[in-house]
Design a binder for this molecule. Structure first.
Ligand code: HEC
Length: 154
């Protein structure tokens, strides 16, 4: 008899133990498991510097970090035109020299761009030469008046 009671008591405590483990086990194990060692800040800085210097070079005529075409004057453009925004705003646009001038004036009047002084000519030369409008690859719109319409006879 007492053996049966002992067995039931053992099963009871085992069940309670399992129950407690199921609910609190995860957080209890957290005390033991401190997780991976944190990476020291110097190591993180070293990795970032390595990555940046890796992209700060010209390959195939393009500066990898900014995407600017590495033609004459590009370093002036990089220094001036990436102070407030990404170089993408430059590289994704195309315009004539006048068009670029208009954008620069717009930024000066509304976005706090400073007077570019004698750098302006160099910057405009670079932009006009490397980011000029291209002919569109799209077919031109049809000239509706020039079309000779006819009834399709089936
Ligand atoms: C003083 C800060 C500043 C500097 C420096 C600056 N820009 Fe901007 N530029 C802006 C702001 C702000 C916008 C608007 C961004 C937006 O709409 O998200 C902008 C927008 C542009 C646009 C998009 C215009 C459009 O119509 O969509 C182009 C292109 C551009 N900049 C080119 C340049 C060039 C080229 C230079 C270097 C000569 C330059 N930026 C330097 C502030 C600046």
């Amino acid at each position: 008899m007492s053996l049966i009671i002992q067995a039931i008591t053992a099963i009871f405590f085992a069940a309670v133990g399992l129950f407690v483990y199921a609910i609190f086990g995860h957080s209890m194990m957290g005390w033991l498991d401190k997780g991976p060692e944190p990476i020291p800040i110097e190591e993180i800085q070293r990795r970032i510097a390595e990555k940046e210097s890796d992209l700060d070079r010209v390959e195939g005529g393009v500066h990898l970090e900014t995407g600017l075409i590495a033609a004459e004057g590009w370093e002036t453009v990089r220094a001036t035109c990436t102070a407030c925004h990404s170089a993408k705003l430059v590289t994704q646009n195309k315009a004539t020299r006048d068009g670029w001038k208009t954008m620069i004036v717009w930024m000066q009047e509304t976005q706090g761009l400073w007077d570019l002084g004698d750098k302006e000519a160099e910057i405009l030369d670079y932009l006009a030469a490397n980011y000029a409008p291209e002919e569109s690859s799209r077919r031109a719109n049809l000239d509706m008046d020039a079309i000779e319409w006819y009834i399709l006879d089936l």
